[in-house]
Design a protein around this ligand. Structure first.
Ligand SMILES: NC(=O)c1ccc[n+]([C@@H]2O[C@H](COP(=O)([O-])OP(=O)(O)OC[C@H]3O[C@@H](n4cnc5c(N)ncnc54)[C@H](O)[C@@H]3O)[C@@H](O)[C@H]2O)c1
Length: 471
């Protein structure tokens, strides 16, 4: 058997991964018809919106969609039709942390993967290559194969591949245009290798072949968890050092710079901050912790769990620092929180550090003004309602307001907290901000983006993560 030449792709899940990934595949492979399907009608409508008001904000994304949509890129809620017509199907559904039952709080909830897999088995009338794009625990492909084989019709054969996505939100399009690597895991059988060659053939339309790595299925699944765990571990390591810097008068930027010069360490991802967020890091590490415990490896589980605990500590340490510095109480004081997204250049708020900070400030009975250039107001209210249970939204709104600009958010505040590294926060007219604030006016930089000396000259009292200055 020779590898199948892929001409029709279906992607199940039009989210932060499925949308951008398959839009780029469509752009780079005009000879392949790509249909991205999702059960969420509002999301699909937004992908199809005539004015390109897409459901996710990602620099460069609307340009990609503008070029390919209607040509060989389609968005639809007709999941069954998408599956039936495709010869290769990406499963790119969400895999959140389980909220109840066995493994609650740690294990990945594979319900969406299973439902999508069952749908593929149920409606397929021809053979398919089924590709796990979602981040899943090691050996999930085996469960998918069992479901597919037990439910398939005669003459339908399913080959399963793992092809985890390594894009980072905020730089998704450039990551997809020039990935560090594309990883494809397959069974090491002739059929598995053929399926792998089919998918490699898709990527080779724009990715150099030496960047397309073929490995075994289980290695591929584990590599995704391992990559996220190691990236998050770097952040927790540098954040742990930032606490030592603050206590000793060392400067975390200088320490990170010096350490990063070692070519074995490298200089990327060594920036101290108020803590990592996003939909993946915490979820994937907890998943690794659960996997380790299930495999009776408690020491391994404890090691990785500490990366998440250090992140929680960093967020708490930051909000405590705000309270301590504002003379041990923020009750009734106004605090401007600049940034709500978990990082710059995305509207995604999942696990954003800003949510934890605002929750802490709300518990201290402070008044909070939030400003974010991308996040929808409804999303902010939904996140705060979830984070602050047992408090009706109208009560939250008595303490929290959303502002239309950074300047407006800072007006009348005692303190400004920078929670997201949006570039525009660097370029604010800080002298004007100072004029409008109560004095003494404090700035807490949780992202190391402002020029603290410049602000001090204006009159601000500045506290920066990983710097030992007293204010
Ligand atoms: N967001 C990231 O930066 C990132 C990066 C790499 C990998 N991942 C992984 O990719 C996967 C998807 O993440 P995401 O951020 O795109 O999630 P998401 O929640 O944005 O999107 C998932 C989509 O799948 C849809 N869906 C769920 N079940 C479905 C079904 N049975 N049929 C059709 N549609 C269905 C949902 O409606 C949703 O729109 C996760 O496993 C995640 O861990 C995410």
């Amino acid at each position: 058997m020779a590898p199948v030449k892929v001409t029709k792709i279906c992607c199940i899940g039009a989210g932060y991964v499925g949308g951008p990934t398959c839009a780029v595949i469509a752009l780079k492979c005009p000879h392949i018809t790509v249909t991205i399907v999702d059960l969420n009608q509002a999301r699909v409508d937004a992908w199809n919106s005539p004015d390109f008001k897409l459901p996710i904000y990602e620099p460069g994304l609307d340009d990609v969609v503008r070029q390919a949509r209607g040509r060989n890129l389609f968005f639809s809620t007709d999941v069954d039709k998408g599956i039936k017509e495709a010869d290769l199907i990406f499963v790119s559904v969400n895999t959140p942390t389980k909220k109840s039952g066995v493994g609650a709080g740690f294990a990945a909830d594979l319900n969406y993967v299973e439902l999508a897999t069952r749908r593929i088995a149920h409606v397929s009338e021809s053979s398919k290559i089924v590709v796990e794009k979602s981040t899943v625990p090691c050996r999930t492909a085996e469960s998918m194969r069992t479901i597919l084989e037990a439910n398939s019709k005669p003459n339908c054969r399913f080959d399963i591949l793992s092809n985890p996505e390594f894009l980072a939100e905020g730089t998704a399009i450039s990551d997809l245009f020039g990935p560090d690597r594309v990883l494809i895991g397959s069974l090491q059988t002739p059929e598995g290798k053929d399926a792998c060659a089919s998918l490699a053939g898709v990527y080779s339309n724009w990715v150099p072949t030496n960047r397309i790595l073929s490995v075994g299925l289980w290695s591929s699944e584990l590599s995704k968890l391992a990559a996220n765990a190691m990236l998050a571990q770097r952040i927790s390591s540098v954040n742990a050092l930032s606490a030592i810097c603050e206590a000793t008068g060392a400067n975390i930027d200088e320490v990170a710079h010096a350490v990063g010069y070692d070519s074995r360490v490298g200089n990327k991802f060594l920036r101290a901050s108020v803590g990592f967020g996003g939909s993946c890091f915490q979820k994937d590490i907890l998943n690794l912790v659960y996997l380790s415990e299930s495999l009776h490896l408690p020491e391994v589980a404890a090691y990785w769990r500490q990366v998440v605990e250090m992140n929680e500590y960093q967020k708490k340490r930051f909000s405590k620092n705000v309270v301590d510095t504002l003379f041990n109480t923020i009750t009734g004081k106004r605090i401007a929180v600049l940034g709500f997204a978990f990082k710059a250049d995305t509207g995604d708020t999942r696990e954003s550090a800003a949510i934890t900070l605002i929750k802490d400030f709300q518990a201290e009975r402070a008044l909070v003004n939030i400003y974010d250039p991308q996040v929808e107001h409804n999303q902010i209210w939904a996140d705060l309602t979830e984070a602050i249970p047992n408090t009706p939204l109208e009560n939250i709104k008595k303490q929290v307001t959303i502002s239309a600009s950074a300047l407006e958010a800072c007006k009348g505040a005692e303190a400004v907290v920078i929670a997201t590294e949006w570039k525009e926060f660097r370029d604010i007219d800080w002298a004007l901000v100072y004029e409008g604030m109560n004095k003494p006016a404090f700035v807490f930089d949780g992202r190391l983006i402002i020029d603290a000396e410049k602000l001090r000259k204006i009159g601000f009292k500045v506290k920066t993560i990983g710097r030992g200055e007293r204010v």
